[in-house]
Design a protein around this ligand. Structure first.
Ligand code: ATP
Ligand code: MG
Ligand code: FE
Length: 333
């Protein structure tokens, strides 16, 4: 059982080969970050063009790395959405072509389900129920999982996603795209209490809000510049990161307590943040709970996670036909 998995939802062209959805034999990621960096963010038109240029080479590289021939591939999984439609279409069109030509089952995968399933690559024997904190460039969700594909969103952001807030604050600090890793790096040499920043607790809710925090950072910067004061950029980065983590950790612990779930998963690009990983691990452990995290390379966009989610979807009989279409705002449920 050998699956070819494709992910092209944003600025990574990625192709993976997996055995039984668990064993990753190859996970090739062609990042476009350098291409988009000079614009300070992902340019959709350029992203889809780059996917077009890259896709065939990335597929070939994955097959070579895995030591697998086309004849051994038994299924194809692809990210159907959400994401940039022009970028998604490249992966979907390629996957449809392969599935049709080789008469293989085609499995459509939701990108966020993929992020969640990166945890099953880290720990294949996870048992339900599970709670997952999804923190990515476009999503901030608390999700309760009671079986494969059986999910309930119990909290979500009301405005900016966590990763989006990292990227916007980084931009204001004139750091290159993507901002998350830059903020984390800068925060290492700053004091968490350098600046007083707000935390949106949204009483009696597991929802999140990061736009007020983002605005507070921008206002702090403007005020300092107007007054000609020097900005403690490292301190601001550390104070911001601590404010984001306080709320994410607080609400995740609350959700785990209320739902009585002992195993918590972390997913999405911001899951690569080691400050957050440490804070969440410690806070959950203090209440007798355990945090599972994917290895760093499986936190940000990659095709291995799509293959893992696709494997469990195929087991449930979820396949698509040749009329499969990319959907930019595909809902998770
Ligand atoms: P989505 O998955 O919601 O569709 P996306 O695919 O663009 O969005 P991901 O690839 O999951 O997002 O994650 C990218 C985001 O993760 C960016 O916002 C980036 O700044 C953030 N990120 C990556 N590494 C870190 C880090 N070490 N600390 C904080 N944020 C990080
Ligand atoms: Mg990306
Ligand atoms: Fe993503």
């Amino acid at each position: 059982r050998c699956m070819l998995a494709i992910e092209t939802s944003c600025d990574e062209t990625s192709v993976a080969i997996l055995n039984d959805g668990r064993t990753v034999r190859a996970n090739v990621i062609a990042s476009q970050i350098p291409v988009h960096q000079k614009y300070g963010g992902v340019v959709p038109e350029i992203a889809s063009r780059k996917h077009m240029e890259n896709i065939v080479d990335v597929v070939d590289a994955a097959l070579v790395e895995a030591g697998v021939t086309w004849d051994e591939v038994t299924s194809v999984a692809v990210t159907q959405g959400p994401g940039l439609v022009g970028a998604l279409l490249v992966g979907v069109a390629y996957a449809k072509g392969v599935a049709l030509a080789r008469k293989l089952p085609l499995v459509p995968v939701h990108h966020i389900e993929g992020h969640i399933y990166a945890n099953f690559l880290a720990e294949p024997d996870l048992t339900f129920p599970l709670l997952c904190l999804v923190v990515s460039g476009g999503h901030t969700h608390l999700i309760e999982l009671t079986g494969h594909g059986v999910m309930r969103i119990i909290g979500a952001t009301r405005d900016d996603a966590a990763g989006e807030a990292f990227d916007k604050v980084a931009r204001a600090l004139q750091l290159p795209y993507p901002g998350g890793p830059q903020i984390e790096q800068l925060a290492r040499s700053g004091a968490e209490d350098a600046y007083e920043l707000p935390r949106a607790w949204l009483e009696n809710s597991l929802d999140f809000s990061f736009s007020g925090l983002k605005s507070a950072v921008l206002n702090t910067l403007h005020r300092s510049r107007q007054r000609g004061e020097t900005i403690d950029a490292a301190g601001l980065a550390a104070s911001f990161q601590a404010a984001v983590a306080d709320v994410l950790v607080g609400k995740t612990c609350q959700a785990a307590r209320e739902a009585k779930i002992d195993t918590v998963l972390l997913a999405g690009g911001v899951a690569a943040n080691s400050y957050l990983r440490t804070r969440l691990t410690t806070a959950l452990a203090a209440e007798g709970r355990r945090l599972v995290t994917p290895p760093l390379v499986l936190c940000t966009d990659n095709a291995a996670m799509i293959g893992c989610a696709g494997y469990y979807r195929l087991l449930r009989g979820i396949t698509a036909q040749a009329d499969l279409n990319a959907i930019a705002n595909l809902p998770l449920l």
